[in-house]
Ligand binder design. Structure first.
Ligand code: HDE
Length: 703
């Protein structure tokens, strides 16, 4: 009999500079060189062979006695937990919140008492409709959920990047979500609202029209999590030490300004890099460019609430920032990626009802419904009432209670007494002074199922939003509506949507109807309250009016060819990095190119894998011969043609002319094409890039 060969793992190689091991207390230790830990079972039994199951003879049946194999496969079979029913695809990071100054006048929330106080935070960004493995650039709302581990308990602000919502009452949530998810008979489309059931529901739900304007705007295709706002959406209350109430709305403002992509770009990014947003956050934090947001609040009293045009309890309405100017309370900085995506980002449990003393709810019916849902959903997803024992969910302040047992209990109370009151003088007691108190709002009414008349105006703020957009943004809304409705097969749904648009903006309705081939406009939809014309536009609602004033945090893709000018590239890189932006080099081949001076230029991407949609601006540093060659490659022509069509700034060396020509781009077409002759030209390129896009080109390229 031939001697059996045992498959061996050999010496484990490490591609990391350091090997890390987690101690019992969860802390990370560096493992000394040559001190590789021994593989064990989950019970700690050292393993001799992890390559072969235990068998009778080398070709015989496997033995059930093989406890290592059984444990390994058993655990693997149970690795998946249900994904979130909404917001399944998400990406999180750790950081901190730093309070600017005391807000004790309005709230006794501990986090706002002391200037300079730093509170640990965890943030999870997400898309809503797609499943965990869907692509980042879906047209969708983005979740913006913030967990603040305050000294008086965890506070979760579970918000979105859009300040209003589709529905007014939580009872409609399953309906809207069912309608946007893949259709139940066919199981598609994934992570897309462009299908019949979504638009059917929307067209039958006039209260969603304001939100629809936002979701059809570029807000729903952000360039990066780092460049989007967050909103608490609902009206909450602050309560001060005397339990006096002030209404509050929460806004997160990105330090780097707002930025989105265009739809054609989004489609291509999803193909080129479905993890575009994740990668962006990972890269930024790993390279020390910590993203930052300012927490601003709109504060108002009952008198304002009574006199405001809309009901402050209605989550389909906002209070324009020009009406109540937000006040800055502090800054949120994200500076550390989780060690493990599952343990932290997947298992984190956000709950709207997690509020500390000094923060309270309003009667917004959507918020009230959420306060039920978020606790309930954690049992389904995390499988035990003890999900608060997971490190990511546990408070970081002292906590004492008598809740015990249950699945996976890791921290039962010690001692004899697990109740109160008790005669043993043991255990925690409540504190009237420190404890959470609700605002003692006087309530009186009949038990009814009714929608308040003050919630009935569904079009005025939708119109105000549209009127507050710049011309390119208005155009994008029209294009998005056209695209989405073009995917709707049922004509009556398309027409019903046009009848709503007529109540928002006639021009918009006509443009979309024309593209959809609707010859005769339908009647405007019946409106419970006639849409108003007198709401002032709110510039704060526009992305383009609130862009950055620098190119910091953005990325330039530089396409190089053999024979490129290395010293020019160096100058370009220095100038871009000085601006706080980054450079990635793209070359015809993996590994880079040899420059004219014989030096090697390293590249991050090969042309096929580094399309221009991944960058905010591009530069072509090419020799004439290199450009001639690249002109024969579809990927290189697309690189240039797309950058041009997406209104990006394009810098180029004189040698790039053959490629520009073949890509159909006239180097003199507009001021967004910048010849790289000298250092002055580089400065000009960077100055242009601060505008992010040359929107005036859009009409010419018919995006
Ligand atoms: Fe959520 N939502 N939601 N939602 N939501 C969830 O909770 C729900 C709503 C939001 O990164 C679920 O733990 C109801 C508005 C974010 O882990 C679930 C209603 C806003 C996240 C749930 C709403 C949000 C969720 C699913 C209508 C913006 C992701 C998994 C009444 C203000 C948090 C989970 C994360 C997640 C219910 C409406 C934001 C099922 C019933 C409005 C950012 O509980």
């Amino acid at each position: 009999m031939a001697k059996s060969a045992r498959q061996s793992s050999g010496t484990p190689a490490t591609i990391h500079d350091q090997k890390l091991e987690r101690g019992n207390g969860g802390e990370l230790h560096q493992i000394a060189e040559g001190d590789t830990p021994v593989l064990t079972t989950a019970q700690g039994v050292p393993v001799a062979d992890d390559q072969n199951t235990l068998k009778i003879g080398e070709r015989g049946p496997s033995l059930i006695e093989d406890f290592h194999f059984r444990e390994k496969i058993f655990h693997f079979d149970h690795e998946r937990i249900p994904e979130r029913v909404v917001h399944a695809r998400g990406y999180g990071a750790h950081g901190y919140f730093e309070t600017y100054e005391s807000l004790a006048k309005y709230t006794r929330a501990d986090i706002f008492q002391r200037a300079g106080e730093k509170t640990p935070a965890f943030v999870r960004f997400s898309t809503v409709a797609g499943s965990e493995g869907s692509a980042d650039l879906a047209r969708d709302v983005r979740g913006f959920a913030v967990k603040l581990y305050t000294k008086e308990g965890n506070w979760d602000i579970v918000g979105n990047n859009i300040p209003v919502f589709f529905i007014q009452d939580a009872i409609k949530f399953p309906d809207i979500i069912h309608s946007v998810k893949p259709e139940p008979d066919r199981g598609f489309p994934q992570a897309a609202s462009a299908h019949d059931t979504f638009w059917d529901f929307i067209s039958l739900t006039p209260e969603s029209m304001h939100m629809i304007m936002w979701v059809m705007s570029d807000r729903a295709i952000p360039r990066s999590f780092r460049f989007m706002e967050g909103f608490g959406v609902h009206t909450f209350r602050f309560l001060n030490a005397k339990d006096e109430s002030t209404f509050v709305k929460f806004h997160w403002k990105p330090k780097l300004g707002l930025q989105s992509v265009v739809w054609n770009e989004a489609l291509k990014i999803n193909g080129a890099d479905p993890d575009f947003h994740r990668r962006d956050l990972w890269d930024a934090i790993q390279s020390g460019n910590f993203p930052e947001w300012e927490l601003r609040v709109q504060l108002f009293d009952q008198d304002f609430a009574d006199s405001f045009d809309f009901d402050v309890l209605d989550p389909t309405k906002l209070i324009p920032e020009e009406v109540i100017a937000p006040i800055a309370l502090g800054r949120l900085v994200l500076d550390r990626m989780p060690d493990n995506l599952f343990a932290e980002t997947e298992q984190v449990a956000f709950m709207t009802q997690n509020v500390p003393p000094g923060v309270d709810f309003s009667n917004d019916p959507l918020l009230q419904g959420r306060n039920f849902s978020y606790l309930d959903t954690q049992i389904k997803r995390l499988g035990s009432t003890n999900f608060t024992h997971l490190p990511i969910n546990a408070p970081k302040c002292p906590f004492h209670h008598f809740q015990q047992d249950g699945h996976m209990a890791m921290r039962n109370p010690v001692g004899r007494v697990n109740y109160q009151p008790n005669s043993f003088g043991e255990g925690p007691r409540e504190s009237a002074q420190r404890g959470f108190r609700s605002f003692p709002e006087a309530m009186d009414g009949q038990k009814v199922r009714l929608r308040a008349a003050s919630f009935a105006d569904h079009y005025s703020q939708a119109r105000q939003f549209f009127n507050s957009q710049t011309a390119p943004e208005q155009k994008h809304i029209g294009m998005a509506l056209t695209f989405e409705l073009s995917k709707v097969e049922t004509s009556v749904i398309r027409e019903r949507m046009i009848s709503h648009l007529l109540n928002i903006d006639e021009g918009l309705a006509e443009t979309v109807a024309d593209k959809l081939g609707i010859k005769e406009l339908p009647k405007p939809a019946d409106a419970a309250v006639a849409p108003r014309d007198d709401l002032e536009p709110s510039p704060a609602l526009s992305i383009l009016a609130n862009g950055p004033d620098s190119f910091a945090g953005r990325k330039v893709g530089v396409l190089v060819s053999p024979g490129a000018d290395a010293s020019l590239l160096k100058k370009l890189r220095t100038a871009i990095e000085k601006e706080g932006a980054t450079v990635e080099v793209i070359a015809p081949k993996v590994g880079g190119v040899e420059a004219a001076d014989g030096t090697m230029i390293a590249a991050k991407h090969m042309i096929d894998g580094g399309p221009s949609v991944l960058f905010d601006a591009v530069a072509l540093v090419l020799s004439e011969e290199g450009a001639e060659r690249l002109a024969g490659e579809a990927a290189a022509r697309d690189f240039v043609a797309d950058a041009f069509a997406h209104c990006k700034f394009i810098a180029f060396t004189p040698g790039a002319a053959p490629l520009l020509r073949k890509a159909g781009v006239d180097p003199k077409a507009d001021e967004g094409l910048i010849g790289l002759g000298d250092a002055k030209a580089i400065a000009g390129f960077i100055e242009s890039c601060r505008k992010l896009r040359l929107w005036s080109r859009e009409t010419a390229v018919k995006l």
